[in-house]
Write a protein that binds this ligand. Structure first.
Ligand code: ZN
Ligand code: ZN
Length: 418
């Protein structure tokens, strides 16, 4: 196995030029969620050239490529997301986005290049490999308001079923972690998220005679105070949770009391029990407020993404592989992040391992994901490819190979913006 891993490391370095070219090609032609037609076609053409069995048009523009190793083994999957964001790029690099107002600002161009690189690299070693390699290129990770989650759609279409995938892995670029470093967690990695819609219905009246109506704007101010007071002091302070509103709407004229106010926000949590406690508690708070004010307060909960949890046994194996490939110095344990992801739909159907790959130039200042100046360092690409191809090759072996035992991995500072 060590010989195979050495070959993977060497070939990953050898593919650096291609990785950069692919990344820039995708960066120049970003497509929004559920519009990834060109991206999907580009990916499918490469995979076919390299001899993979390719299926297109899954859950929209999703693409599946399957590579068969020369020996019997297990089926393993790698997932890359393909969509970009409605952001106007502010950098003026030669490979800047050529689509007005659309940008790969979440690094999915990196994810695409790394996944293509893994397909290319492993196809060149096909005879020496065990098992099956399933490459999943999914549409629409970025989520609402644009349609349903791409991961959900691809899982429903059966991408993990034939062959039956026994481990599914993915990475996300991390702008506040140095190039080629990796952060991982053995349990919860990212928060579960619900969209929370609150409708406060009062009774319209002249602005001069509020006593003849019920002012939903005043009630909304109380609602917001109650919510944050409740979260701060009624939920165990050791349990992470956050509820914020990004949109508020109501009223139509300065001297007429509104009849309704709508608040649109998101709740994030790291434990299912905390989520239930928050939702039940809020309903109680609103019932009391409603009685006191005469306004009707309706809470609507739309589940967005489940929590992202790594499989502990798979994580243990993955860490041994990553330590062997990249060395102790590059690996750190992470604190769970309050951001969310649709990878959990895959991880619900097969043991999953999701980790972060640093893309910050050493000594530089990392730009946040989803920012118009996001500029990940391309030197990270070969590291991402080494990790992806090495993980897949080892995990596809019929018996997990003997590797260097994993020593203690230190905790590092928070991922911050994730
Ligand atoms: Zn994103
Ligand atoms: Zn992303």
């Amino acid at each position: 196995m060590m010989e195979l891993l050495e070959a993977i490391k060497a070939r990953a370095q050898g593919l650096e030029t291609e990785l950069v070219a692919w990344r820039r090609e995708f960066h120049q032609h970003p497509e929004l969620s559920h519009q990834e037609e060109r991206t999907g076609e580009t990916v499918a053409a490469y995979l076919r050239d390299w001899g993979l069995t390719v299926t297109t048009g899954i859950a929209g523009h999703g693409v599946l490529g399957v590579l068969k190793g020369g020996r019997p083994g297990r089926a393993v999957a790698w997932r890359a997301d393909m969509d970009a964001l409605p952001i106007a790029e502010k950098l003026n690099l030669p490979w800047r986005s050529q689509v007005e107002g659309v940008m790969h600002a979440c690094g999915h161009d990196f994810h695409l290049a790394i996944a293509l690189g893994a397909a290319r690299l492993l196809s060149s070693l096909q005879d020496r490999l065990a098992g099956h390699y399933v490459f999943i290129f999914q549409p629409a990770e970025e989520g609402p308001p644009v349609g349903d989650s791409g991961a959900k759609g691809m899982v429903a279409a059966g991408v993990l079923d034939n062959p039956k995938v026994e481990a599914v892995c993915a990475l996300h670029v991390a702008p506040n972690l140095d190039v080629g470093h990796i952060r991982y967690g053995p349990g919860v990695v990212m928060a579960g998220a619900d969209r929370i819609i609150l409708t406060v219905t009062g009774k319209s009246a002249h602005g001069a005679t509020p006593h003849r109506g019920v002012d939903p704007i005043l009630v909304t101010a109380q609602v917001l105070n109650h919510i944050q007071g409740f979260l701060a002091q009624k939920i165990d302070t050791r349990s992470p949770k956050v509820l914020t509103f990004g949109r508020i709407q109501g009223g139509n004229r300065f001297n007429i009391l509104a009849d309704e106010v709508t608040l649109d926000g998101s709740l994030r949590y790291l434990q299912e029990s905390v989520r239930q406690e928050v939702l039940n508690g809020l309903r109680q708070q609103f019932a009391g407020l409603s009685q006191a004010t005469g306004a009707e307060i309706k809470l609507t909960v739309e589940p967005l993404f489940p929590m992202l949890k790594n499989d502990p046994d798979l994580t243990d194996q993955a860490v041994q592989i990553l330590l062997t490939l990249l060395g102790q110095k590059r690996l750190k344990l992470l604190h769970p992040a309050m951001g969310s992801e649709d990878f959990p739909y895959f991880a619900a159907r097969a043991p999953g391992f999701y980790f972060f790959l640093g893309v910050r130039t050493p000594g530089g200042r990392g730009q946040a994901l989803h920012s118009p100046t996001f500029n990940p360092d391309e030197a990270a690409l070969p590291y991402g490819l080494t990790a992806a191809a090495g993980l897949l090759a080892c995990l596809a072996e019929p018996e997990f190979p003997a590797l260097a035992p994993a020593g203690p991995v230190p905790h590092e500072e928070d991922l911050g913006t994730m």
